[in-house]
Design a protein around this ligand. Structure first.
Ligand SMILES: Nc1ncnc2c1ncn2[C@@H]1O[C@H](COP(=O)(O)OP(=O)(O)OP(=O)(O)O)[C@@H](O)[C@H]1O
Ligand SMILES: [Mg+2]
Length: 248
Protein backbone atom coordinates (compact mmCIF):
# COMPACT_ATOMS: atom_id res chain seq x y z
CA UNK A 1 0.00 0.00 0.00
CA UNK A 2 1.48 3.30 -1.05
CA UNK A 3 1.67 5.80 1.77
CA UNK A 4 0.52 8.67 -0.40
CA UNK A 5 -2.15 10.43 1.60
CA UNK A 6 -4.16 11.59 -1.35
CA UNK A 7 -4.72 8.11 -2.80
CA UNK A 8 -8.25 6.81 -2.26
CA UNK A 9 -7.97 3.51 -4.12
CA UNK A 10 -5.19 1.56 -5.77
CA UNK A 11 -4.77 -1.59 -7.74
CA UNK A 12 -1.47 -3.43 -7.67
CA UNK A 13 -0.59 -5.80 -10.54
CA UNK A 14 -4.27 -6.65 -10.85
CA UNK A 15 -4.76 -9.53 -13.28
CA UNK A 16 -7.82 -11.46 -14.46
CA UNK A 17 -7.74 -14.44 -16.77
CA UNK A 18 -10.72 -16.02 -18.51
CA UNK A 19 -9.34 -19.36 -19.68
CA UNK A 20 -6.54 -18.50 -22.07
CA UNK A 21 -7.54 -14.85 -22.34
CA UNK A 22 -5.95 -12.24 -20.07
CA UNK A 23 -8.63 -9.54 -19.81
CA UNK A 24 -6.69 -7.41 -17.32
CA UNK A 25 -2.96 -7.81 -17.00
CA UNK A 26 -0.72 -6.48 -14.23
CA UNK A 27 -2.73 -3.29 -13.83
CA UNK A 28 -1.47 -0.83 -11.21
CA UNK A 29 -3.45 2.39 -10.95
CA UNK A 30 -3.92 5.00 -8.24
CA UNK A 31 -7.19 6.84 -7.89
CA UNK A 32 -6.58 10.12 -6.08
CA UNK A 33 -9.04 11.69 -3.66
CA UNK A 34 -11.35 14.19 -5.33
CA UNK A 35 -10.31 13.56 -8.91
CA UNK A 36 -12.27 12.52 -11.96
CA UNK A 37 -10.15 9.77 -13.49
CA UNK A 38 -10.99 8.59 -16.99
CA UNK A 39 -10.45 4.96 -18.00
CA UNK A 40 -10.47 4.69 -21.77
CA UNK A 41 -9.46 2.27 -24.50
CA UNK A 42 -10.80 0.25 -27.43
CA UNK A 43 -13.63 -2.28 -27.15
CA UNK A 44 -12.42 -5.33 -25.26
CA UNK A 45 -9.50 -3.45 -23.65
CA UNK A 46 -10.57 -4.61 -20.18
CA UNK A 47 -12.34 -1.53 -18.81
CA UNK A 48 -15.51 -3.25 -17.56
CA UNK A 49 -13.45 -6.15 -16.23
CA UNK A 50 -11.41 -3.61 -14.25
CA UNK A 51 -14.69 -2.25 -12.82
CA UNK A 52 -15.78 -5.78 -11.96
CA UNK A 53 -12.48 -6.40 -10.19
CA UNK A 54 -12.44 -3.21 -8.14
CA UNK A 55 -16.10 -3.52 -7.14
CA UNK A 56 -15.75 -7.18 -6.15
CA UNK A 57 -18.06 -8.63 -8.83
CA UNK A 58 -15.14 -10.57 -10.24
CA UNK A 59 -12.24 -12.05 -8.27
CA UNK A 60 -8.71 -11.28 -9.45
CA UNK A 61 -6.53 -14.13 -10.69
CA UNK A 62 -3.68 -12.29 -8.98
CA UNK A 63 -2.78 -8.86 -7.69
CA UNK A 64 -4.44 -6.71 -5.08
CA UNK A 65 -6.87 -3.90 -4.46
CA UNK A 66 -6.79 -1.32 -1.68
CA UNK A 67 -9.56 1.11 -0.85
CA UNK A 68 -8.98 3.87 1.67
CA UNK A 69 -5.98 2.00 3.07
CA UNK A 70 -7.86 -1.27 3.53
CA UNK A 71 -6.99 -4.43 1.62
CA UNK A 72 -10.18 -5.25 -0.30
CA UNK A 73 -8.71 -7.98 -2.50
CA UNK A 74 -11.29 -10.73 -3.02
CA UNK A 75 -13.88 -9.01 -0.81
CA UNK A 76 -17.58 -9.21 -1.72
CA UNK A 77 -19.38 -6.42 -3.64
CA UNK A 78 -21.50 -5.74 -0.54
CA UNK A 79 -18.45 -5.32 1.69
CA UNK A 80 -16.77 -3.07 -0.88
CA UNK A 81 -19.85 -0.91 -1.44
CA UNK A 82 -20.37 -0.52 2.32
CA UNK A 83 -16.81 0.77 2.39
CA UNK A 84 -17.85 3.54 0.00
CA UNK A 85 -17.02 2.26 -3.49
CA UNK A 86 -20.09 2.01 -5.73
CA UNK A 87 -20.33 1.30 -9.47
CA UNK A 88 -22.88 1.42 -12.25
CA UNK A 89 -23.19 -1.21 -14.96
CA UNK A 90 -22.48 -0.60 -18.64
CA UNK A 91 -25.86 -1.98 -19.68
CA UNK A 92 -27.93 -0.19 -17.05
CA UNK A 93 -28.44 -0.55 -13.36
CA UNK A 94 -32.12 0.18 -12.86
CA UNK A 95 -35.35 -1.73 -12.26
CA UNK A 96 -37.43 -0.81 -15.29
CA UNK A 97 -40.81 -1.72 -13.82
CA UNK A 98 -40.35 0.39 -10.69
CA UNK A 99 -40.77 4.12 -10.15
CA UNK A 100 -37.79 6.45 -10.04
CA UNK A 101 -38.47 6.94 -6.33
CA UNK A 102 -38.29 3.22 -5.59
CA UNK A 103 -35.20 2.79 -7.76
CA UNK A 104 -33.35 5.49 -5.82
CA UNK A 105 -34.63 3.99 -2.57
CA UNK A 106 -32.95 0.69 -3.46
CA UNK A 107 -29.66 2.56 -3.64
CA UNK A 108 -30.25 4.29 -0.30
CA UNK A 109 -31.37 1.25 1.73
CA UNK A 110 -27.95 -0.29 2.40
CA UNK A 111 -26.48 3.00 3.60
CA UNK A 112 -29.37 3.96 5.87
CA UNK A 113 -30.21 1.06 8.15
CA UNK A 114 -31.47 0.62 11.72
CA UNK A 115 -32.01 3.95 13.45
CA UNK A 116 -31.23 5.79 10.20
CA UNK A 117 -34.09 4.14 8.27
CA UNK A 118 -36.29 7.20 8.65
CA UNK A 119 -33.72 9.27 6.72
CA UNK A 120 -34.40 7.28 3.56
CA UNK A 121 -37.25 9.40 2.07
CA UNK A 122 -35.22 12.59 2.54
CA UNK A 123 -32.18 10.95 0.97
CA UNK A 124 -34.26 9.87 -2.03
CA UNK A 125 -35.65 13.38 -2.50
CA UNK A 126 -32.23 15.02 -2.12
CA UNK A 127 -30.63 12.60 -4.55
CA UNK A 128 -33.38 13.21 -7.10
CA UNK A 129 -32.93 16.98 -6.72
CA UNK A 130 -29.15 16.76 -7.26
CA UNK A 131 -29.67 14.80 -10.48
CA UNK A 132 -32.61 16.87 -11.73
CA UNK A 133 -34.97 13.92 -11.34
CA UNK A 134 -37.56 15.47 -9.01
CA UNK A 135 -40.20 15.83 -11.75
CA UNK A 136 -39.91 12.12 -12.55
CA UNK A 137 -40.01 10.63 -9.04
CA UNK A 138 -43.40 8.94 -9.48
CA UNK A 139 -42.88 7.81 -13.07
CA UNK A 140 -42.17 4.18 -13.93
CA UNK A 141 -38.55 4.03 -15.14
CA UNK A 142 -39.34 2.12 -18.35
CA UNK A 143 -41.60 4.97 -19.57
CA UNK A 144 -38.86 7.59 -19.35
CA UNK A 145 -36.51 8.76 -22.12
CA UNK A 146 -33.19 6.93 -22.31
CA UNK A 147 -31.22 9.94 -21.03
CA UNK A 148 -33.38 10.16 -17.90
CA UNK A 149 -33.04 6.40 -17.31
CA UNK A 150 -29.25 6.81 -17.43
CA UNK A 151 -29.49 9.54 -14.77
CA UNK A 152 -31.64 7.23 -12.62
CA UNK A 153 -28.88 4.59 -12.77
CA UNK A 154 -26.42 7.21 -11.53
CA UNK A 155 -28.89 8.31 -8.82
CA UNK A 156 -29.14 4.73 -7.51
CA UNK A 157 -25.35 4.53 -7.27
CA UNK A 158 -25.05 7.99 -5.70
CA UNK A 159 -27.87 7.50 -3.15
CA UNK A 160 -25.55 5.84 -0.57
CA UNK A 161 -23.16 8.82 -1.02
CA UNK A 162 -20.13 6.81 -2.12
CA UNK A 163 -16.64 8.20 -1.77
CA UNK A 164 -15.70 6.57 -5.06
CA UNK A 165 -18.31 6.41 -7.81
CA UNK A 166 -17.38 4.20 -10.77
CA UNK A 167 -19.42 4.93 -13.90
CA UNK A 168 -19.32 2.49 -16.84
CA UNK A 169 -20.22 4.37 -20.04
CA UNK A 170 -22.86 6.63 -18.44
CA UNK A 171 -23.16 8.81 -21.56
CA UNK A 172 -24.01 6.07 -24.09
CA UNK A 173 -27.02 7.03 -26.20
CA UNK A 174 -27.38 10.51 -24.73
CA UNK A 175 -27.90 13.52 -26.96
CA UNK A 176 -25.61 16.53 -26.69
CA UNK A 177 -27.88 18.39 -24.26
CA UNK A 178 -28.18 15.34 -22.02
CA UNK A 179 -24.40 14.85 -22.09
CA UNK A 180 -23.96 18.48 -20.98
CA UNK A 181 -26.47 18.04 -18.13
CA UNK A 182 -24.86 14.80 -16.99
CA UNK A 183 -21.35 16.30 -16.99
CA UNK A 184 -22.67 19.14 -14.83
CA UNK A 185 -24.02 16.53 -12.41
CA UNK A 186 -20.59 14.85 -12.20
CA UNK A 187 -18.90 18.18 -11.51
CA UNK A 188 -21.48 19.02 -8.84
CA UNK A 189 -21.26 15.75 -6.93
CA UNK A 190 -17.49 15.88 -6.97
CA UNK A 191 -17.48 19.48 -5.71
CA UNK A 192 -20.33 19.38 -3.18
CA UNK A 193 -20.03 15.80 -1.90
CA UNK A 194 -16.30 15.17 -2.10
CA UNK A 195 -17.06 12.27 -4.40
CA UNK A 196 -14.17 10.86 -6.43
CA UNK A 197 -15.19 9.56 -9.86
CA UNK A 198 -13.77 6.82 -12.07
CA UNK A 199 -15.25 7.24 -15.51
CA UNK A 200 -15.25 4.72 -18.36
CA UNK A 201 -16.42 6.42 -21.55
CA UNK A 202 -16.04 6.31 -25.31
CA UNK A 203 -17.27 9.92 -25.67
CA UNK A 204 -13.82 11.47 -25.99
CA UNK A 205 -15.00 15.05 -26.11
CA UNK A 206 -16.66 14.57 -22.71
CA UNK A 207 -13.72 12.62 -21.24
CA UNK A 208 -11.21 15.25 -22.34
CA UNK A 209 -13.39 18.00 -20.93
CA UNK A 210 -14.15 16.62 -17.49
CA UNK A 211 -11.29 14.31 -16.47
CA UNK A 212 -8.32 15.48 -14.42
CA UNK A 213 -6.28 12.45 -15.48
CA UNK A 214 -6.76 9.55 -17.84
CA UNK A 215 -5.58 5.94 -17.87
CA UNK A 216 -5.54 4.26 -21.28
CA UNK A 217 -6.04 0.51 -21.40
CA UNK A 218 -5.09 -1.65 -24.37
CA UNK A 219 -5.22 -5.44 -24.37
CA UNK A 220 -5.73 -5.39 -20.60
CA UNK A 221 -2.60 -3.35 -19.93
CA UNK A 222 -1.95 0.29 -19.19
CA UNK A 223 -0.82 1.86 -22.44
CA UNK A 224 -0.47 5.39 -21.08
CA UNK A 225 -1.55 7.71 -18.29
CA UNK A 226 -1.51 11.46 -17.84
CA UNK A 227 -3.53 14.62 -18.23
CA UNK A 228 -6.05 14.78 -21.09
CA UNK A 229 -3.57 16.83 -23.09
CA UNK A 230 -0.69 14.38 -22.49
CA UNK A 231 -2.88 11.44 -23.48
CA UNK A 232 -4.22 13.21 -26.56
CA UNK A 233 -0.67 13.88 -27.74
CA UNK A 234 0.61 10.36 -27.03
CA UNK A 235 1.34 8.65 -30.34
CA UNK A 236 0.67 5.10 -29.16
CA UNK A 237 -2.69 6.20 -27.77
CA UNK A 238 -3.58 7.92 -31.01
CA UNK A 239 -2.73 4.86 -33.10
CA UNK A 240 -4.38 2.34 -30.73
CA UNK A 241 -7.53 4.30 -30.00
CA UNK A 242 -7.89 8.04 -30.37
CA UNK A 243 -7.28 8.07 -34.12
CA UNK A 244 -10.72 6.51 -34.46
CA UNK A 245 -12.39 9.08 -32.17
CA UNK A 246 -12.51 12.39 -33.94
CA UNK A 247 -14.14 14.09 -30.94
CA UNK A 248 -10.76 14.00 -29.20
N1 LIG B 1 -16.97 -13.24 -18.02
C1 LIG B 1 -16.13 -13.31 -19.06
N2 LIG B 1 -15.78 -14.50 -19.60
C2 LIG B 1 -14.92 -14.56 -20.64
N3 LIG B 1 -14.35 -13.50 -21.23
C3 LIG B 1 -14.67 -12.29 -20.74
C4 LIG B 1 -15.58 -12.13 -19.64
N4 LIG B 1 -15.69 -10.79 -19.37
C5 LIG B 1 -14.91 -10.16 -20.27
N5 LIG B 1 -14.30 -11.06 -21.09
C6 LIG B 1 -13.35 -10.73 -22.17
O1 LIG B 1 -12.37 -9.87 -21.61
C7 LIG B 1 -11.98 -8.88 -22.55
C8 LIG B 1 -12.18 -7.51 -21.91
O2 LIG B 1 -13.59 -7.27 -21.86
P1 LIG B 1 -14.21 -5.97 -21.15
O3 LIG B 1 -15.68 -6.16 -21.16
O4 LIG B 1 -13.55 -5.74 -19.86
O5 LIG B 1 -13.80 -4.82 -22.18
P2 LIG B 1 -14.20 -3.29 -22.23
O6 LIG B 1 -12.93 -2.51 -22.29
O7 LIG B 1 -15.16 -2.96 -21.16
O8 LIG B 1 -14.92 -3.19 -23.68
P3 LIG B 1 -16.16 -2.27 -24.18
O9 LIG B 1 -15.57 -0.91 -24.52
O10 LIG B 1 -16.63 -2.97 -25.42
O11 LIG B 1 -17.19 -2.21 -23.12
C9 LIG B 1 -12.80 -9.11 -23.80
O12 LIG B 1 -12.02 -9.88 -24.70
C10 LIG B 1 -13.99 -9.91 -23.29
O13 LIG B 1 -14.53 -10.75 -24.30
MG1 LIG C 1 -17.11 -2.34 -21.13
Amino acid sequence: MANTENVLAETRSLTRRFGGLIAVSGLSIDIRKGEILGLIGPNGAGKSTTFNLISGFCKPSSGSLFFDGEDMTGKSPVKISRGGLVRTFQHGSLMRSMTVRDNILIGAIGALKGSRRNERPTRVNETAAILGLTPYLDEVAANLPHGIQRLVSIAIAFAPRPRLLCLDEPLTGLNQTEVGTTLEVFARIRRDFDCTILLVEHNMKAVMKICDRIVVLHHGQMLATGTPQEVRENESVVSAYLGKHHGA
